[in-house]
Design a protein around this ligand. Structure first.
Ligand code: AP5
Length: 218
């Protein structure tokens, strides 16, 4: 099964992608995580992407498509992929259709996570992650069970993202509405869209996604 999680910044795509990875043995492919890794490693891609990401704009399609194609090929034998943060433009969605077809794979479901814009700024401002394993947390909604210790790996260092401030979040939201939201129509025409209420708590959203995947026969 291959699926796309689609939604604005802070909708909970990364949170749910991790849960799905654990519960369904699928591989999570997050272009945001890949690009941040490239920036941290100082690669050529990272140098091209870093300033764009800090402004909250989208990285050029050709760079992101190349990145995702390489990753899909590197993980060829897996049960399926959860695409988190990709595609984000119509050109990326068309490229994904082509590259899956060429590899005799298909996209089964597109889960659209619906969240109010106002809630997103609060969610993003409270977000932090384990520096070692990347497990995500939130100051209000998901704190580590033992304060200061990661639930997943026991790490004690935590980090916050550079693009998680209000001005950049507004710019990321603008990019979402202008360039990514049209994908909902694109995938509705393919009969693949299921919407979930991303305003519910994390466990409830997870249940809704599970139901949406069962109805795909997945
Ligand atoms: P990316 O890393 O993809 O960021 P994003 O789409 O802006 O999404 P986020 O990671 O901010 O949010 P999320 O939906 O994963 O929410 P999360 O689960 O963390 O992209 C970053 C940048 O990279 C882009 O701006 C762009 O420049 C570039 N880029 C990436 N992909 C690209 C592409 N394909 N093309 C071009 N450029 C690209 O949740 C947020 C917080 O809320 C967490 O703290 C979490 O614990 C909490 N939370 C989650 N769910 C709930 C809930 N149900 N209730 C309460 N709290 C919740």
């Amino acid at each position: 099964m291959n699926l796309v999680l689609l939604g604005p910044p802070g909708a909970g795509k990364g949170t749910q992608a991790k849960l799905l990875e654990d519960s369904r043995s699928l591989v999570k492919l997050s272009t945001g995580d890949m690009l941040r890794a490239a920036v941290a490693a100082g690669t050529e891609l990272g140098r091209k992407a870093g300033d764009i990401m800090e402004r909250g704009e989208l990285v050029p399609d050709d760079l992101v498509i190349k990145l995702i194609a390489e990753r899909i090929d590197a993980k060829g034998g897996v049960k399926g992929f959860i695409l988190d943060g990709f595609p984000r433009t119509i050109a990326q969605a068309e490229a994904l259709d082509r590259l899956l077809k060429e590899r005799h794979k298909r996209l089964d479901r597109v889960i659209v996570m619906e969240v109010d814009d106002d809630a997103l700024v609060e969610r993003i401002a409270g977000r932090f992650a384990c520096a070692d394993c990347g497990e995500g947390y939130h100051d209000l909604y998901k704190m580590p069970k033992v304060p200061g210790v990661c639930d997943r790996c026991g790490g004690t260092q935590f980090v916050r993202r550079r693009d998680d401030n209000e001005a950049v979040v507004r710019s990321r939201l603008k990019a979402y509405h202008a360039q990514t939201e049209p994908l909902i129509d694109y995938y509705t025409r393919q009969g693949k869209v299921r919407a979930v209420d991303g305003m519910a708590d994390i466990a409830t959203v997870q249940e809704e996604i599970d139901q949406a995947l069962e109805s795909a026969g997945a």
